[in-house]
Design a protein around this ligand. Structure first.
Ligand SMILES: Nc1ncnc2c1ncn2[C@@H]1O[C@H](COP(=O)(O)OP(=O)(O)O)[C@@H](O)[C@H]1O
Ligand SMILES: [Mg+2]
Length: 381
């Protein structure tokens, strides 16, 4: 059994991490399909509304509820069926709502928070919230007893958000903790007089919550006077007050999520492209995972160019001389890419605690279950 197959059959959670566009969503789906073939009841949890990928799994689009990829799909594509496969798209706001429901100190406070227009903005714009909520949802799915009528999964594969900096993902729980301790400070009295202190600390806090517009309003309030928006300002302060009551709960939760990220139930798969900068980013990510004590399961270089086997196009006498020249120049350019990729890959030798896997660049996009299956066999060779 390949190393990746071992991970697929023994871990409860696999997280695909990497720079944008390297194939995280495709890889997550391919790994999930493979795990289901190997007999594990699997959920692929994505944040990417990628329609083409949903189509390749035989779905119209990803929904916020789990959808099953039926056995008939496996059979039609000639993919061995072992256990049910489900796909679901993350709903950041709904996940945030569930945490509020859990940690609000009373039903009244919960309703006030959930109905606040500031909450609506904070829950979707908070820096790192999408990353954190992905991990939070995954943790919730692995910890909670199955809801009636909902399936329990043997394995969940998380496709992380298409962030520019995948590190945001690892930092997200910490950022939330930090935000909450900042929120706590709001109750402290400033030296610059009660109101001004609260206004400026409140403004900074709102900025951190992603409420830049509201922050501008508090600045206006400060300068212009109170006639315009005294109610608005009171609203904001009472929202911050309510939000603060959840601080201890939020911290406890993000600590638990971080602990889970370091447990042996999880494995991270780092994905990169074959380009130097992409590999460097992947190496940096892998080093960070190791340093943080988060299990690095695999390192995958996707879209690697391999030398084609065919003979030189010069041998085709039916081609005109310019066409032959064009082909041979193209072949030379492609060969240069092949050598460059293999030079880049050579840098990985002995550099990582896990072997680097390579997936070739396919002629076409990954379009159906059969393609995903083929993609998976490259990963698990
Ligand atoms: N090995 C490959 N060969 C050819 N196309 C690929 C390969 N891997 C991924 N792709 C294509 O690249 C595009 C981006 O992949 P995707 O999985 O959405 O990346 P990410 O989720 O990292 O942004 C998709 O159109 C996908 O079909
Ligand atoms: Mg994606």
């Amino acid at each position: 059994m390949s190393h990746l197959d071992t991970l697929l059959t023994t871990r409860r959670t696999i997280v695909c991490l990497g720079p944008g566009g390297v194939g995280k969503t495709t890889t997550s789906a391919a790994l999930a399909l493979r795990a289901a073939s190997l007999g594990r009841r699997t959920l692929v949890l994505t944040v990417d509304p990628a329609r083409r990928l949903a189509n390749s799994l035989g779905l119209d689009r990803f929904e916020h509820e789990e959808q099953e990829i039926g056995r008939d799909r496996f059979d039609a594509a000639g993919v061995p069926y072992g256990a049910p496969l489900f796909a679901m798209m993350l709903d950041t706001k709904r996940t945030f709502d569930a945490i509020v429901e859990r940690y609000a100190p009373s039903a009244d406070a919960r309703d006030r928070i959930l109905r606040s227009p500031y909450y609506a903005q904070a829950s979707t714009r908070l820096a790192g919230s999408q990353e954190y909520m992905a991990m939070e949802k995954l943790y919730a799915l692995t910890q909670s007893p199955p809801e009636p009528g909902k399936p329990r999964y043997d394995l969940i594969i998380l496709d992380t958000p298409p962030t520019v900096h995948a590190l945001d993902f690892l930092d997200a729980p910490g950022r939330l903790e930090e935000l909450m301790s900042y929120n706590m400070d709001l109750s402290a009295t400033g030296d610059d007089g009660e109101d001004q202190g609260i206004i400026s600390r409140g403004g900074r806090m709102l900025g951190r919550l992603g409420l830049g517009l509201v922050k501008a309003n508090t600045t206006i309030l400060k300068g212009v006077g109170k006639f315009l928006g005294a109610d608005l300002f009171t609203d904001i302060l009472s929202f911050l007050g309510d939000f603060r009551t959840m601080a201890a709960g939020f911290r406890e939760r993000s600590t638990a999520v971080r602990r889970y990220m370091c447990s042996s139930e999880i494995a991270f798969v780092v994905l990169t492209g074959p380009e130097r900068s992409s590999i460097d980013e992947g190496l940096y990510l892998a080093d960070r995972l190791v340093a943080e004590g988060m299990p690095l399961g695999s390192f995958v270089v996707n879209r690697v160019r391999f030398s084609p086997m065919d003979a030189s196009p010069n041998e085709d006498e039916h081609l005109s001389a310019p066409a032959r020249q064009y082909l041979s120049e193209s072949a030379a350019r492609y060969d240069a890419l092949v050598s460059r990729d293999s030079r880049e890959l050579a840098r990985l030798d002995g550099r990582l605690p896990v072997a680097a896997l390579r997936v070739p660049e396919f002629a076409d996009d990954v379009c159906d279950l059969g393609d995903l299956h083929r993609y998976g066999t490259h990963l698990t060779r």
